[in-house]
Design a binder for this molecule. Structure first.
Ligand code: KG4
Ligand code: ZN
Length: 340
């Protein structure tokens, strides 16, 4: 079965073709970073309009690159949520329409399920069950994963998502949008230990996260500093250390609580090198395994949507002719897919 995957939930237009027999055949991404940079964040209306103009040419490009014909496509998977409703509607409408034109089923994919399953596209995929740490611009989730669609939410952020905290702290430090990668690059020059940030909510039991205090702490530290480039780098370093430490503490707890020994890290912040290193060290210490998608499949992409859609379409799940866009959508609402 060959599936076309479409991702338009935020500021990247992603398209991919996944084959059950041959794996990922082609993928392409158009990032809107330049479009939103001058506003310091994603402008939803501009994002939707840009998806409208980029999506169909990108679909054509991916079909051409994959070497298949549109008639070979057996199903269309599109991101139905969570995300920006206007942006979601573009992918949902075009995805649904293409499926109708080709006479094949369409499936509405949960964006975070896409992230969660992205490591399955790599050579050494994780086996179920595993613990997933999903860290993106909109979510910070710890999920017990027993199979596709078998998700138990263990922890969530009570305020800002971790990617949002990276982006806001980057803004405090005068870095551009999107701030996460810029802050991570700057942290490389930071002197470790010069500043110490809190490790939020680690002093009490539980698996909830809170990150909004870190950006305030960064703001106060920045204002009290000499505002040199070294201060900036040292604050970035201290922020990143605090996030990584907090993740290590919460993952250790979640692994102990569930008895799981495999950890999957996915979502945009999963591209963060320090976080990867720290969590790899944790899993080495615990004698478990850690899995990440390649960096380009940590951030939003069409490949993860094609793969998640493949898992569901293969199991016979698909939508009616309606166009589905669900801006707020819990992972736990998803139907399970039988193994096999
Ligand atoms: O998964 P994603 O591409 O989009 C959402 O679903 O939100 O995640 C984007 C988030 C942004 O907040 C971005 O700053 C952050 O991931 N990010 C990073 C890194 N690369 C992307 N944060 C820290 N370090 C990175 N290397
Ligand atoms: Zn995402």
């Amino acid at each position: 079965m060959i599936i076309l995957g479409i991702e338009t939930s935020c500021d990247e237009t992603g398209v991919a073709i996944y084959s059950g027999a041959q794996g990922l055949l082609a993928h392409a991404l158009y990032s809107q970073v330049d479009l939103h940079a001058r506003y310091g964040g994603v402008v939803p209306e501009l994002a939707s309009r840009d998806h409208v103009s980029k999506l169909l040419p990108l679909v054509q490009e991916v079909i051409d690159k994959s070497g298949i014909k549109s008639g070979d496509i057996g199903g269309v998977a599109y991101t139905a949520g969570p995300g920006l409703v206007g942006a979601l509607l573009v992918g949902a409408t075009i995805g649904r329409a293409l499926a109708w034109t080709w006479g094949v089923p369409a499936v509405a994919v949960h964006h975070m399920e896409g992230h969660l399953l992205a490591p399955m596209l790599e050579d050494n995929p994780p086996a179920f069950p595993f613990l997933a740490l999903l860290v993106s611009g909109g979510h910070t989730l710890l999920v017990e994963v027993e199979g596709v669609g078998r998700y138990r939410l263990l922890g969530d952020s009570i305020d800002d998502a971790v990617g949002e905290a990276f982006d806001k702290t980057a803004t405090v430090l005068g870095l551009g949008y999107p701030g996460g990668p810029a802050l991570a690059a700057l942290a490389l020059d930071g002197i470790p230990g010069r500043y110490r940030f809190p490790r939020p909510m680690t002093d009490r039991p539980g698996l909830e996260f809170s990150f909004s205090g870190l950006k305030t702490f960064a703001l106060n530290t920045w204002n009290a500093s000499g505002k040199t480039q070294q201060d900036r780098a040292d604050i970035a370093r201290a922020f990143e250390e605090a996030v990584a430490d907090t993740m290590v503490i919460k993952c250790r707890r979640a692994l102990q609580q569930t008895g799981l020994s495999s950890l999957v890290i996915a979502g945009g912040v999963g591209a963060n090198r320090r976080l990867r290193e720290r969590l790899s060290t944790l899993m080495q210490e615990l004698g478990g395994n850690v899995y990440y998608p390649r960096a380009e499949f940590c951030t939003d992409n069409g490949a993860m949507i094609a793969y998640a859609g493949y898992c569901r379409l293969r199991a016979g799940q698909h939508e009616s002719l309606s166009i589905k866009a669900i801006p707020r959508w819990s992972l736990e609402e998803l139907p399970a897919v039988d193994a096999g």
